[in-house]
Design a protein around this ligand. Sequence first.
Ligand code: FHN
Length: 400
Amino acid sequence: AAPAASALAMQPTSEADRERRMKWWHEARFGMFIHWGLYSVLGRHEWAMEQEGIPVAEYEKLATQFKPKPTPAKEWAALAKKAGMKYMVMTTKHHEGFCHFNTSTTKYCAPKTAAGRDLVKEYVDAVRAEGLRVGFYFSLMDWHHPDGARCVKDEQARRRFVDYVHTQARELMTNYGKIDVLWYDVPWPLTAEGWESEKMNAMVRKLQPDIIMNNRSKVPEDFDTPEQRIEASKGRNWEACMTMNDSWGYHKADDNWKSPKACVRNLLTCARQGGNYLLNIGPTADGSIPPESVKILTAVGAWTAKNGAAVYGTDPCSVSRSNYMSFTRKGNTLFANVHFWPGSEVAIGGLRSKVLSAKLLATGAPVKFEQEEFRVKFTGLPVNAPDSPITTIAVECDGE
Ligand code: FHN
């Protein structure tokens, strides 16, 4: 007999079930990405092995130098909380193939090498201790596995490689309690069919019925992943992942850091268009966070602590006409987020709604306003920006 309509409605990939599983994620808006691996020992970007042509036998020796300090994940989780991030996604295995988790599939993993412990367990415990949601990044591409280079043409090699990767996915979904996000990366050189991604993802959902997955196993799943850009590709089911400098993994010479203002503007742009912002840190080999990242996220957190209402749980916003502020919305409250403070007067053109009242969001200080047919002027403001890196004016309107 056909399954009842309610059972169909709650199938793991039904829209109704997807909305149920993604409710917290939409409200969360802002997460921390963490890229950490043997490449952090080199300090020259997470693609060093491939870009520098380092042979596997030479590269894997980096595992003897990878001896993280005790529980660095506690520092990451504390900083994420302070920044106003609500979930974290850590590389459990990047393309280099080194696993931070205990696995039956290989000795090339943290518990069985110099690190001598399960770094994924430490991470999960630290994230949960801060009340944040747990995400695993998992690379399908694996430069260490001997079948990686021949799995496209050799069916037996493909079978071994797919079984290896599916087994690791099963271990990650089984051994660490409730996992909230599975963030696949780079399926090269196989397709969704080659990876048997639908079978793998069905296994994941059976083990973790509430999990949400990205689109990088080459099956659309729950959310899209625009990288280093903001693109509202799938309604509200998308997350822009970005670095703070130019590198995902720790790069000792990469000094091209974004400002706190640039990061808050990215967060606001994601919020205005309904998506999420996943902002990356690249810890050093011992797990320390680069001081520049600490400085940036501390400044971002100072803003979200006072102005979070302008980004968390907001609705998509159609107001956009300004080159010195960006707009977000929650119901009939419009947030005018001023990134270039013009002085004692701020004006918005083309607002459809009637303004009822206005205030500085951070302090609640009332803001005077005058509304004409096509313009609202906010007057009597401080000459210098009252907040940093952005000042938000909350405008109560009689409609959206
Ligand atoms: O090659 C990776 C890269 O190192 C990094 O992990 C990013 C993060 O989204 N994903 C791949 C590039 O798309």
